[in-house]
Write a protein that binds this ligand. Sequence first.
Ligand SMILES: [Mg+2]
Length: 384
Amino acid sequence: MRYGYQPPFQLSKLLLVPTAPLPPFSLSSSLHFCSISPHHQRSSFGIAFDIDGVVLRGRIPIGNSPTALKRLYNDSGNLKIPFLFLTNGGGIPESRRAFELSELLGVKILPSQVLQGHSSFRSLLERFENDFIVATGRGEPAEVMSEYGFKNVISMEDYVSYFDNIDPVAHYKGWSRKVASKKPTYSTKSIQGFDDSLSGVKAAFVISDPVDWGRDIQVLCDILSSKENEHQPPLYFAADDLQYQAAFPSKRLGIGAFRIALESVFNRIHSKPLECTVFGKPKLFVFRNAEVILRHLRAFSCDGDVTREDGHLPLYGFKALYMIGDNPSVDIKGASQAGSPWFSILTRTGVFRQRENHAEYPADLVVDTVEQAVEYILERECAS
Ligand SMILES: [Mg+2]
């Protein structure tokens, strides 16, 4: 399989500000308390929180996350410290996720504070804006892509409903029968390029964990091999997490497990290996994007509007950017690869549970909970 990616957007030279390396520290430095709170240092740092296994397990807050997040706001409820959620999860538009997170965590989250695995698909709009594309995954894959501006997108659910017997075991699936009794959300008349030969699909997008692996592997194999002697249509994954921490006590198979399953089957039945492009953490551009968004949050939400006269953001960068995650091979690996000013903090509330630091992708700091992580950051930055 060949991997590749395109950066979601070009970083201007203005945004690539060299920053001073972080001072060395040890775990014991978390015991150091600052006695001063200089105002000018308040926004010299930013924080990226993973969601699953760090602030939530399923829909239940964990690690005292509501209390920890409240510390990043002032008494009036306005953002004091720039932070965002950097998750490989998804399935619903960022605006809806922000609303949902606000309800669950008790603080006001802006849509711009939510970076999901599929958020980077916006960078492909220019290429596929008017093409007929199929999107799959739990949640509302077509709505997500439509909100990004893709004009001719259909969900896998609706797409398969136009083909008789495309899934030979569909009638054994209780949930599938319920779906089949519904009319598709989209009219094919409004979707340019639609045809029922499986060959009209210009690209396929897996935006989150597919609900029906068997059906999706079958139909993606159909779509991706529909044009004989032609190159395979592009296939994009929002992330590649093998496992993640959901509501069930032990880890669950993620979108990366689905990618392996699809690839294994496809490569057994086709002579040319599957080609796909994977987005999400730990890709470097995800962390670069997060930095850009944190700078915007700092400029427009924390410090008031501090754009320069020429309309650009101020030149000063962050002294530190903290990634708080539970998955060493995704959150910690990504932050380590991004390098300074990123600083990785691993919690023990999700995928990772060990006493000692992770051997392959060691974090800069290991804590039990997200609350401890925020406590450490605020002490270190003298901003408590
Ligand atoms: Mg996680």
